[in-house]
Design a protein around this ligand. Sequence first.
Ligand code: FAD
Length: 612
Amino acid sequence: MQFHHHGYVSGDPRVLPAGVGERPAELPDEVDVLIVGSGPAGMLLAAQMSQYPGITTRIIEKRSGRLELGQADGIQPRSVETFQAFGFAERIIAEAYNIGWMNFWGPNPEKPDEIVRTTRTADYAYDICEFPHLIVNQARVLDYFAEAALHGPARIAPDYGVEFIGLEVGEDAVEVSVRTAGGDRRIRAKYVVGCDGARSGVREAIGRTHVGGVSAHAWGVMDVLVNTDFPDWRTKCAINSEAGNILHIPREGGYLSRMYIDLGEVAADDDHRVRQTPLEEIIRKANAILHPYSIDVKEVAWHSVYEVGHRVTDGFDDVIDDSGRTPRVFLTGDACHTHSAKAGQGMNVSMQDGFNLGWKLGSVLTGRAPETLLSTYGAERRPVAQQLIDFDKEWSSLMARKPEEISDPTELATFYLGTAEFPSGFMTQYTSSMITGTDAHQELATGFPLGKRFKSAEVVRVSDGNVIHLGHHAKADGRWRVYAFGDRDGTRLASWADAATPVFARFTPTDADADAVFDVKAIDQRPYEELEVTTAPELFRPQTGPLGLIDWEKLYASGPSKWTDTDIFEARGLSRDGVIVVVRPDQYVAAILPLDDVDELSGFFEGAFLPA
Ligand code: FAD
């Protein structure tokens, strides 16, 4: 963690220096970005926009205060990686439940009305990445993002008790109507982001509709404190019995567990009557499914009947015609995709929507990028939502099968492990666009697939010999990362640094730090002991901040070394002749380029940025 950059800091270094004056208590008449809804999508977006003090962002929420209970709880490894970029992964890991195993239960062949454990399956997370697969209440996730939003330079906090009523998109702004305790009023916003959940009013206001199966499936959900003889109470389980299905999820804190009890398909004419299912009926059903085990419920912290269809919105922004104009209103999260809770994806995919959009709004509003960048949001995220729906349909139908339909009891476990890359959040791969290049040079870095998120690996920091994860240094601060992996003796790396310096300068404001837009890091393949920061090219030791301090954390050596066995060149299939890997602010690999071709780097940036 780097601080003291603007002079000595004696307090909590996680609270960044404010870039704005006192935040007005009243909603202003005009804002740059208005976020509607403070769920996972909206709160991540607020935390991201908090990195841009020159942009006025407000987040309105109709609830009167913070979420306290319920909703989602499954946190995939990609989300933990994202939390790392926002600075709170370690703290949330410490309080969360870590999924080490998933066990599967089915009917006992000898006594079909009783369940037996059929398979124990080690969870996939650590086979895929260095981040765990967690369970923690959505409310806590929102708390951490709220803290990040408040501690960022723009000091953003939700405006609770403010309800979105409607909007009109004008020539150069969006007129938004809101209801507050003091009455109805209007706010002019350059951009509006609908993070207002499955019943999104913003979606309706821009004329977008949910497309997809109208059939809905209902689940009784309860967070309970119990005593029980069920041996897997503290292990995640899929339980399939003659009496129905349970997805059982231990929760943070060591005692609480969540049970999703399958209430079956909801008839088209049900008119939400299923939501009236009494808690006693949900508990009775849980006990019937668990037989011969049972639960003695001591406290129900939260329960709900969660009913949802598989739907994706017909577009993720307000550009419905073919006028070629750029969008002003966006939809994220449940506002544009809904599905079952069984695969534990809702909160996760919603947060990634916010991560994808935040830096794009920041780049356009700070004049770094053309407005056309905003069209890439829907183009990139809609296919991800469709994949999610397809995956969730398959997983839910497998889980909802009756015992007589299951020929192989290990089939569900095999599917769980075989498809792990998707539910862990790492399968997203953006295709070629103004911000994702072509795969012409993929062979130079086979372990960094173009369009996928940058998979971190350990390297040695040259200034102090410490081993760090290269990707963990990348914070959600809206900057691009450029990783220059050096050649065998570092001569071509030095030439590249000289040639590339004016390219970076062309897109960086003259009054800003040299690394304000591009955080360029070098990874030399020579041993750490042979390198000195002070003789590295200046690009890798810029002097920044008001005091012009040397940045000691731009130059790295590849292992293996005393404290790591990892050779990042080996681990990520990097060319020993060197390679440049460009990574977007949301951590996706944007370009892979040869070390000796600065023109191609320059050409790529010309498509994605405006000259400073
Ligand atoms: P949300 O989290 O829904 O947030 C939307 C926010 O917008 C809310 O805070 C809402 O109050 C606010 N809002 C709505 N309309 C307005 C308005 N007009 N003006 C101002 N603010 C507005 N997922 C699971 O994986 N497991 C579960 O068990 C589960 N249970 C759920 C139970 C419930 C009751 C709900 C609603 C959702 C549940 N989900 C569950 C889904 C999961 O919570 C969502 O996928 C996830 O929260 C989506 O995040 P989001 O930010 O898109 O929307």
